[in-house]
Design a protein around this ligand. Structure first.
Ligand code: NAD
Length: 252
């Protein structure tokens, strides 16, 4: 079964809740060992415990993907415990919300430091391990907002950072495939996670809902098979691409 991940070593950043947590469960259920990485130690440990209770081999790592030392320590810890890294899910991301004319440089920099610079640093650190192995699957979490501007706007730094994640993915995908490393990204639409229930986003969700042809928000379960596919040998001929899962929202 080419969708099985038995014997594979994976990590997921931002795995303490939401989409990353769902990715960690899906990869573990498909057979991978999973390093649960999050800024929030308690959340990372709680998800690690959930996985262990299912019989999945899991470890918890506290790391901030916007910090170079943390990113290096993350990959070092995984390699020293499990010897290899086959699957890297660079999923951690933040979303801040302001009218573009009011967007501060602090918001811009923080968003880019986590969403784009963090994703780059993780791709590079994991990529170096994978290039040495001659094998690897990198799956970045971008967003539908990389393609369209979901109505209403006020997401300039977020949208722009996620467009960067798609271009990063394309470029690395093209550069590394002849050495066995595939790089793809997933672009979810609006997913029912703690992120969208934040104070700033909650009022927008009702309005977004009317823009979704599928007539509902995505659930994290709508994304789980996609990450397993991109992590597995079944997707070996796919690299540099952006798998969009948004209930048709980018089509209207
Ligand atoms: P979430 O806020 O519910 O969870 C994010 C997790 O990442 C949290 O556990 C948080 O502690 C962790 N995190 C934040 N910054 C970090 C950092 N610097 N280093 C390590 N961990 C960090 O978010 P979510 O909805 O699960 O989103 C996950 C990813 O999916 C993000 O990249 C987000 O932009 C993207 N996304 C979300 C949606 C959505 O509608 N929820 C849609 C498209 C894309």
């Amino acid at each position: 079964d080419r969708m099985r991940l038995d014997g594979k070593v994976a990590y997921v950043t931002g795995a303490g809740q939401g989409i990353g947590r769902a990715f960690a469960h899906a990869l573990g259920e498909a057979g991978a060992k999973v390093a649960v990485v999050d800024l929030d130690q308690d959340k990372a440990e709680a998800v690690t415990k959930e996985l262990s209770l299912k019989g999945i081999n899991a470890m918890s790592i506290t790391a901030d993907v916007s910090k170079p030392d943390d990113v290096q320590r993350m990959t070092d810890q995984i390699v020293s415990k499990w010897g290899e890294i086959h699957i890297a899910c660079n999923n951690a991301g933040i979303n801040m919300n302001s009218a573009s004319e009011d967007t501060s440089l602090e918001e811009w920099d923080e968003t880019f430091n986590v969403n784009l610079r963090g994703t780059f640093m993780c791709c590079q650190a994991a990529g170096r391990v994978m290039l040495k192995q001659g094998y690897g699957k990198i799956i970045n979490t971008a967003s539908m907002a990389s393609l369209i501007v979901p109505h209403p706007q006020k997401q300039l730094s977020y949208n722009t950072s996620k467009a960067g994640v798609v271009k990063l993915t394309q470029t690395l995908g093209a550069e590394w495939i002849d050495r066995g490393v595939r790089v793809n990204c997933i672009s979810p639409g609006i997913v029912d996670t703690p992120l969208i229930h934040s104070e700033s986003l909650r009022p927008l969700v009702q309005r977004w809902l009317s823009d979704i042809p599928a007539g509902r928000l995505a659930q994290v379960t709508d994304l789980q098979a996609a990450v397993v596919y991109l992590a597995s040998d079944a997707s070996d001929y796919m690299t540099g691409h952006n798998l969009v899962i948004e209930g048709g929202q980018s089509l209207w």
